[in-house]
Design a protein around this ligand. Structure first.
Ligand code: NAD
Length: 361
């Protein structure tokens, strides 16, 4: 198969973890005889430095031409007080929008060998296996009007949370589809006791649920969900929610997995005429300026994102499972970075990447 992949390393540890993810992708292509065409583009702070903008036109062109995009992370402390248009994170929102990837899939799994890394008690976490489906291109992160204004001696800030029926329907369909291949349960999370936006969300999800009678649907308020994720994470299978709630809840999920460095994500849009899903794959974590450049970052979230790419964009289930099994093998052997608190000396980012390649065989 011909695999055309754009790599956007971004900033900080983004460059370090994508290097290892690409190493794994090359290994898979070699072993299963796929032809791999890699291109590389600029995004985030690195792009601002070289072109003055966080999302250069050239990057959008490359992403539209590739079958799938693998991204690291963006963000540099020097831009923390920059105006919104000159912030690296603007590039992230821009590329998601340019590719039209509206459903963000974040699997959260408690690996047996990492149970001790979770700050929660083992019996609570053991067996956790859920996927959070977060709406990605709507809601309060994109709604207008937005901004900070000065009037009559007062400063006022406004953001707008907006959703249409169509936006809710398409992301809900992704959640119901995924549930069918899993334990057939969707928990839709909203704040319908306070927000009209959430009332529409709940109504549309409920109506759509009628088309999937084999999938059990329940609804949960976001504040309760934040609590239940910690108290009884095993009860969740597919968690469906809007953009901002999903952003927050999926970081909470990171605690269950032992480290935010473990979590992959896949952002999916519509199907291409070829049948492949448009996809943007990235670890959940940010650019981690505190450990950047030290070969300390955990690359397994980025490597898990490669596994997701193989499955969702290319339909290569065998290759995808092989990467996931290799990750489990590496975890079992204890070749892990410092964030997973190994009993012996921590491995470097590169050592973990090489160990995964070796485990693929
Ligand atoms: P972060 O995820 O970068 O880091 C949070 C903490 O987790 C840090 O202590 C970091 O060292 C640790 N960590 C993160 N990834 C790790 C890994 N792979 N291995 C080991 N430890 C890891 O979040 P932050 O500190 O809030 O943000 C830093 C910058 O990243 C900011 O500029 C922020 O805007 C940006 N950010 C980008 C993305 C993205 O590109 N998708 C996501 C979140 C934050």
């Amino acid at each position: 198969m011909d695999l055309s992949v754009l790599v956007l390393p971004g900033d900080g540890i983004g460059t370090e973890v994508t290097r290892e993810a690409v190493r794994v992708l090359r290994r898979v292509a070699e072993k299963w005889h796929h032809s791999l065409r890699l291109s590389e583009g600029l995004l985030g702070g690195a792009a601002i430095h070289q072109t003055g903008t966080p999302l250069p036109e050239q990057t959008v062109r490359l992403a539209t031409a590739a079958d799938a995009t693998l991204m690291g992370a963006v963000g540099l402390p020097e831009f923390d007080n920059a105006p919104p248009d000159r912030r690296p994170e603007k590039g992230l929102l821009g590329i998601r929008r340019a590719l039209g990837v509206y459903a963000n899939l974040r699997p959260v799994k408690a690996y047996a060998s990492l149970l001790d890394s979770s700050p929660l008690k083992n019996p609570l976490v053991e067996g956790t296996d859920m996927i959070i489906v977060r709406e990605l291109t709507g809601g309060i992160y994109y709604g207008t009007p937005r901004g900070i204004t000065e009037a009559g001696g007062e400063t006022r800030a406004v953001n707008t949370m907006t959703y249409t029926r169509a936006e809710i329907e398409r992301v809900s369909r992704v959640a119901f589809h995924l549930a069918r291949a899993r334990r057939k349960k969707v928990t839709s999370v909203d704040k319908s006791n306070v927000l009209e936006n959430s009332q529409l969300w709940r109504r549309v999800v409920t109506e759509l649920g009628g088309e999937y009678p084999d999938v059990a649907l329940d609804h949960m308020l976001v504040d309760n969900c934040a609590m239940q994720l910690i108290l009884s994470p095993r009860r969740f299978d597919v968690v469906l929610t809007e953009n901002m709630f999903g952003d927050i809840l999926s970081d909470e999920g990171a605690v269950l997995a032992g480290s935010i460095g473990m979590l992959p994500s896949a952002s999916i849009g519509d199907r291409r005429p070829s049948g492949a899903w448009v996809g943007l794959y990235e670890p959940v974590h940010g650019s981690a300026p505190d450990i950047a450049g030290q070969n300390k970052a955990n690359p397994l979230g980025a490597i898990g994102s490669v596994a997701a790419m193989l499955a969702y964009s290319f339909g290569l289930r065998e290759e995808s499972s092989a990467v996931e099994r290799a990750v489990e093998t590496v975890l079992d052997t204890g070749t892990v970075t410092a964030d997973l608190r190994p009993s012996g000396a921590p491995a470097t980012t590169e050592q973990v990447g090489r160990a995964v390649c070796a485990a693929i065989g």
